[in-house]
Design a protein around this ligand. Structure first.
Ligand code: ADP
Length: 594
C-alpha cells in the first residue's frame, strides 16, 4: 500500500522534474559523490597518523597525512556547502512552479467542487503537503539521494570493519532496529496530528485572510462582529496551541528512549573494541579506525533507515498534492465540438437537487429556448431560477433528465467550447482586482481593434462619463489590492462593468440574473431595458423575482414550487384567469405601465 504511494508520487513528479530541471539532478548527483567520499578521509588516514605517532614518528609523513586530511575535508565541505546553496535556490523555483500548477488546477476545478467540503479539505492538504510538510520537490528527492549516499558509505565501511572487528556490525544492527521502531512510532503520531490540523488551518485561513479583506469591513463594523471574530480566533488559536502541545508531549518520552538506545550502543562497541586492543588483536591505529568506522556505519545505517522513513512520510504528504491534481471530475465532459450558432436549447424532463442535499430544487422541467429568443424567468426568491441557469451553463449536471443543445445532450460537448456559448452576469458576479480593461478583455490579447470594441461596449453600458473622470482611464485598477490609485466602484458601476464584460464576450447567449435585489422595481426595469437594447439578436435570459423584464421578452416562464407553473407571452399570461402571473402583474402594474 505504502509502496504504491511512493511509486505513484515519484512517477508523478520525477519525469517532469527531470525534463524541466536537469541541473538540479546533476548537482544532487555531484553532492552524492562528495558526501560519500567525505567520511572515508578520516577513516583511512587517521589510523596511519596514530600508528606513525606510536611507531616511527616520521614528521614528514605525519605532516603529509594531516595536510591530506585537512585539505580534502576543506575542499569537500566547501563543495557540499556550495551544492547545498544551489539546491536551496532550486527549492524556491520548485515551490513557485508547483504552486502555480496547483492554482491553475483550482481555477479550472469543476464549479460544483468549490462548494464541496471534501474538495476544499483536499486543497488545504495539498497546499501544506507540497510545502512545509514534505519540503516540496526538493523534500521528496532529498531522501532518495540521502539513502543512496548512505548505502554507498555502508558498503565501504562494512568492508573496512568486517576484516578487523565484525561484531561491531551486529551490535550496531540490533540497536538500530530498536531506534527504527521508536522512530516509526514518532512519525505515526506526527501524521495523525497533521490530519487534525488541516481543518484548523482552513479556519485560520478564512479568519486571517478573508476577514481582514477590507470588503468585509462594512459588515464587520456595522454588525459589531469584531468581538465575535476575535473570540473565534482566540478559541481556534487555543485549540491550535493545544494540539501542538499534545504533539510534543507525546513525543518527549520517545525521544528520551532514543537517547538511551544510543548510549547502550556506544558502550557495547567501546567495550568490544577496547578488549580487542588489549588482547593485541588490533593495533592502536586500527582501534581508532574502528571507533570512527563504527560511528560512520551506525550513522549511515541510521540515515538509510531514517531516509526510508523520511521518504515514506514526505511522499505521503506530497501524495495529497497528487490526489488533488488528479481529483475526479464532478461532471461529465464530452468531446463533441460546438458548432456555430444560432443554437436551440431544450430542457427535457429535467430534475435537480444540489449535491449532498436530498431536496429537489427543480422538478420535471420542460422548456425550449429558440435562437434569438428573449426569455424572462420570474418567480419568488428561492424558486430555482438561478439554479436553472447554472444547469444550463453546466456549473452542475441535472440529477434526472437532460438539457439539449441543437438536439445533443450538453454533456457530450467539449466543456470549454460549450462554456463559450454563454455570457452570464450572475447576481453574485465578481470583478477582479485588475485594471478595468483587463476586467473586460479577460483572456483576449490587447490589440487596437479590441480596444476600440471595448471602448464601444463601455460606452454602451454608460461608463464613458465615469472613465473621463479617471486619469488612467481604462487602465485604472478596480479595488486597491494592487494599486493605491485603484477605485472602489459603486454597486451600479461594478454592475455596468460586469455587463460590459458579458457583452464584450460576444457569446450567442447572454444571461442577466437579478441585477441586484436592492434596486427598486423601476431601476431594475431600466437596467433590463437597456441591456435588452444592447443584446440585439442574441438569445437572452433574464431572471427576476419581479416582472421587470417581462414586457419586452418573447416568452415568460413562471417558476414556483420547483416547477414551471406558467409559460407563454405576456399577453397570454396576463389574461389567464387566477394565473400567478396575472396576479403578480395586477399587484406590480403601477411600476411597468407607462
Ligand atoms: P432563485 O434564483 O429562484 O432565487 P435559487 O436557484 O438560487 O433560487 O435557489 C433555489 C433553491 O436552491 C433554494 O432553496 C436555495 O436555498 C437552494 N440552493 C441554492 N444554491 C445552493 C447550493 N449551492 N447548495 C444547496 N442548495 C442551494
Amino acid at each position: 500500500m505504502k509502496d504504491n504511494v511512493i511509486l505513484k508520487v515519484y512517477k508523478y513528479f520525477l519525469p517532469s522534474a527531470w525534463r524541466r530541471y536537469k541541473g538540479y539532478f546533476i548537482i544532487r548527483f555531484l553532492r552524492l559523490i562528495v558526501n560519500t567520499i567525505t567520511p572515508f578521509v578520516p577513516i583511512l588516514f587517521m589510523p596511519r597518523i596514530v600508528d606513525e605517532l606510536v611507531g616511527s614518528r616520521d614528521v614528514k609523513r605525519i605532516t603529509t597525512y594531516v595536510l591530506v586530511i585537512l585539505i580534502t575535508e576543506y575542499v569537500l565541505n566547501n563543495l557540499n556547502g556550495l551544492f547545498g546553496n544551489i539546491l536551496e535556490r532550486y527549492s524556491q523555483k520548485f515551490e513557485n512552479y508547483y504552486t502555480a500548477l496547483m492554482s491553475g488546477r483550482i481555477m479550472e476545478l469543476d464549479f460544483q467542487l468549490t462548494e464541496d467540503k471534501k474538495a476544499l479539505d483536499q486543497i488545504e492538504l495539498a497546499k501544506n503537503g507540497m510545502s512545509w510538510y514534505s519540503g516540496g520537490l526538493n523534500g521528496i528527492v532529498e531522501p532518495l539521494f540521502n539513502m543512496a549516499t548512505a548505502l554507498l558509505t555502508v558498503a565501504g565501511v562494512v568492508v573496512i570493519i568486517a576484516g578487523q572487528a565484525p561484531l561491531i556490525l551486529l551490535i550496531t544492527l540490533v540497536l538500530l532496529v530498536l531506534s527504527a521502531v521508536i522512530n516509526k512510532k514518532m512519525n505515526q503520531i506526527e501524521q495523525e496530528q497533521y490530519a487534525k490540523l488541516s481543518k484548523i488551518n482552513r479556519v485560520f485561513g478564512y479568519m486571517g485572510w478573508e476577514l481582514t479583506d477590507f470588503r468585509y469591513g462594512k459588515d464587520i463594523r456595522l454588525y459589531g462582529a469584531k468581538d465575535m471574530m476575535v473570540n473565534k480566533w482566540r478559541n481556534y488559536s487555543a485549540t491550535f496551541v493545544e494540539m501542538w502541545g499534545e504533539l510534543s508531549h507525546k513525543l518527549i518520552s520517545l525521544r528520551l528512549l532514543l537517547m538511551i538506545v544510543d548510549v547502550i550502543r556506544d558502550f557495547g562497541i567501546y567495550l568490544y573494541v577496547g578488549v580487542l586492543a588489549i588482547w593485541g588483536r588490533i593495533s592502536i591505529g586500527v582501534t581508532t579506525q574502528m571507533f570512527t568506522a563504527a560511528g560512520t556505519f551506525y550513522n549511515s545505517m541510521r540515515n538509510l533507515v531514517m531516509g526510508y522513513q523520511d521518504l515514506c512520510k514526505r511522499t505521503h504528504y506530497a501524495n495529497e498534492y497528487v490526489k488533488f491534481m488528479d481529483y475526479p471530475a464532478a461532471i461529465m465532459k464530452g468531446t463533441k465540438p460546438v458548432g456555430e450558432g444560432p443554437h436551440t436549447f431544450e430542457f427535457r424532463n429535467m430534475s435537480f437537487s444540489y449535491p449532498g442535499a436530498d431536496v429537489e430544487v427543480l422538478k420535471d422541467i420542460n422548456l425550449t429556448l429558440t435562437p434569438g429568443e428573449h426569455l424572462s424567468i420570474v418567480g419568488l426568491n428561492g424558486a430555482g431560477k438561478t439554479t436553472l441557469v447554472k444547469l444550463l451553463c453546466r456549473l452542475y449536471d441535472p440529477t434526472e433528465g437532460a438539457i439539449y443543445m441543437d438536439g445533443v445532450d450538453i454533456r457530450e460537448y467539449d466543456y470549454e467550447q460549450y462554456m463559450n456559448v454563454f455570457a452570464p452576469v450572475f447576481q453574485d458576479f465578481k470583478l477582479f482586482a485588475f485594471s478595468m480593461k483587463e476586467n473586460v478583455l479577460i483572456q483576449a490579447k490587447d490589440t487596437p481593434e479590441r480596444e476600440a470594441e471595448m471602448t464601444k461596449v463601455l460606452d454602451k453600458v454608460g461608463l464613458t462619463e465615469k472613465l473621463s473622470t479617471l486619469s488612467k482611464g481604462v487602465n485604472t485598477y478596480v479595488f486597491k489590492h494592487f494599486d493605491e490609485d485603484g477605485i472602489e466602484p459603486s454597486g451600479g458601476e461594478q454592475q455596468k462593468l460586469a455587463i460590459a464584460r458579458a457583452l464584450y464576450k460576444n457569446a450567442p447567449v447572454v444571461i442577466l440574473d437579478e441585477p441586484t435585489a436592492a434596486l427598486d422595481p423601476m431601476a431594475e426595469y431600466e437596467i433590463y431595458r437597456q441591456f435588452n437594447d444592447l443584446v440585439d439578436e442574441r438569445t437572452a435570459i433574464y431572471i427576476s423575482h419581479r416582472l421587470s423584464s417581462c414586457q419586452f421578452c418573447d416568452r415568460i416562464a413562471v417558476f414556483s414550487d420547483k416547477e414551471i407553473k406558467e409559460y407563454g407571452t405576456h399577453a397570454e399570461l396576463v389574461n389567464k384567469k387566477n394565473g400567478i402571473y396575472a396576479e403578480m402583474f395586477a399587484a406590480q402594474a403601477q411600476y411597468y405601465q407607462a
